[in-house]
Write a protein that binds this ligand. Structure first.
Ligand SMILES: *Cc1c(COP(=O)(O)O)cnc(C)c1O
Length: 453
């Protein structure tokens, strides 16, 4: 290390009056040098750049906080970790250690939950894509199957006819919650009677055990009231089931969708200023369930499949500046070593990005590009940052949800993922990909194995 002051080139900026961000200007510009006490520079030195980092402390804090908020408002609460939000086994197991079940939307995720050791009757099987063999396995395992459409219902009735035990089922219900566009492609509609029709069909066959009702009204939902409406409509169905079919449901599953503190592109306020706290969602849901008219002794369990709101702020992406350049229109462009192939959510979020080392007073608007040779590889279209030099590190915040599970090996291989444990020790939870990782399943026919140039 040298003590010599770094040269900082002067920047000329037009003076904009009246364009101050009303929430202050410097919030994004604090250097962010450590995660849970571990220096960003040290993590990059040991594990390379870019690298994803998860805070186990934050993961546990988030789920404990959410549980406390719901359990103080309702007597029977069960969380199930949404696998697709982030299905690295180390991450899933943190949630399972905290008492969360598993929520899966494909056979691959179902198998992953089984392999992690989740008891099969604690794996909620959602989604529109369940083959006969998936349904058969889930039914034999006594996993709750959340039926998506009529064809699936009939196939399951057919499968159940050959079984001794009645498969445990719920139906997924979609409804008008006052938030549009409505998610009506999954499940049975409440308002037009599809949901009630499916319920009657299930009760009439006698081959299935209707144990619950499920909904997932959308994702990154900024309206807590929408959950109140949804919970009230599901409770109404449950009461009708009780009245008409004399059956108490074991659970009402409210799905996921609570917003995380990211900032949506085009939104005026930052996520931190506009996103309801979990307590507001909890208040809306539990108030609706408790006041719907169900006897206290017969209250169903409340299942929650919260994904992004429990993990987004526990995940960071650390990266390094490759180079700077001037665009033809004069804007500063900074090229980072991470791109949209591993930061899929940058298509709809303006991610908060902090330099990871101290800097001076100047800032400049710039475009942050990823390293891919592809025009759409833009991490931030316009962000005000102090001038970064090649080799400088940055931290991208709130990347815990969906980026890992949606990442792809387009042009570049995917980086290592680290978890910092409760004592501040980093652990590798997924290795950096190598050429072999990608080619392991490739097959080159003999006649294509040689060439001469
Ligand atoms: C994706 C999904 C979730 C989790 O959604 P978040 O918005 O991440 O909370 C929960 N349930 C179902 C059925 C899903 O498809």
């Amino acid at each position: 290390m040298t003590d010599k002051m770094q040269y900082e080139r002067p920047v000329i900026k037009p003076l904009n009056t009246g364009l101050m961000n009303k929430f202050g200007t410097r919030t994004e510009y604090e250097p962010f040098t450590h995660i849970d006490g571990v220096a960003v520079a040290d993590i990059i030195k040991e594990f390379g750049s870019p690298v994803f980092v998860f805070s186990e402390r934050k993961l546990r804090e988030n789920i404990r906080n959410a549980r406390r908020i719901f359990e103080t408002r309702y007597p029977k609460v069960q969380f199930a970790w949404s696998y697709k939000t982030n299905y690295l086994n180390a991450i899933c197991n943190v949630y399972h250690q905290e008492g969360s079940w598993a929520e899966v939307v494909s056979r691959f995720e179902y198998d992953k939950a089984l392999q992690n050791g989740v008891p099969p009757d604690k794996i909620l099987f959602n989604g529109p894509d369940k083959t006969d063999s998936d349904l058969e396995l889930a039914a034999q395992n006594n996993s709750p199957i959340h039926i998506d459409h009529l064809d699936e219902l009939y196939r399951l009735i057919d499968i159940a006819a050959k079984m001794k035990n009645k498969p445990r089922v719920a139906i997924r219900v979609n409804m008008d919650t006052g938030v549009y566009p409505m998610w009506d492609r999954f499940g049975f509609n409440y308002e037009n009677g599809q949901a009630w029709d499916a319920i009657n069909k299930i009760m009439a066959t006698g081959k299935l055990n209707l144990t619950g009702l499920h909904t997932h009204i959308g994702t990154y939902m900024l309206s807590a009231e929408a959950y109140g409406v949804a919970a009230y409509k599901l409770a109404d169905l449950a009461i009708n089931i009780k009245n008409v079919h004399k059956k108490n449901l074991a659970y009402i599953d409210m799905g996921g969708g609570f917003a995380s503190h990211n900032t949506l592109k085009g939104s005026y306020q930052t996520g931190a200023d506009s996103v309801p706290p979990i307590s507001q969602y909890a208040e809306a849901i539990t108030t609706a369930l408790l006041n719907a008219g169900i006897n206290t002794e017969e209250l169903p369990w409340l299942y929650l499949e919260t994904g992004r709101a429990l993990i987004d702020d526990a995940g960071f992406l650390l990266g390094t500046v490759i180079s700077n350049k001037r665009l033809a229109d004069g804007r500063r462009a900074t090229i980072m070593d991470f791109g949209v192939n591993i930061l899929f959510t940058s298509f709809w979020y303006n991610h908060k990005i902090s330099p990871a080392q101290p800097f001076g007073n100047y800032t400049e608007d710039c475009v942050l590009y990823g390293p891919l040779c592809m025009n759409i590889d833009v991490v931030r279209e316009n962000v005000t940052l102090p001038p970064l030099n090649a080799g400088d590190h940055v931290v991208v915040h709130h990347v815990g949800a969906y980026n890992i599970s949606q990442s792809m090996q387009f042009i570049n291989l995917r980086p290592a993922v680290i978890m910092i444990d409760m004592k501040g020790k980093p652990h590798m939870i997924r290795k950096q990909e190598k050429l072999e990782t990608l080619e392991r399943d490739e097959v080159v026919p003999d006649y294509l194995s040689k060439f001469k140039l």
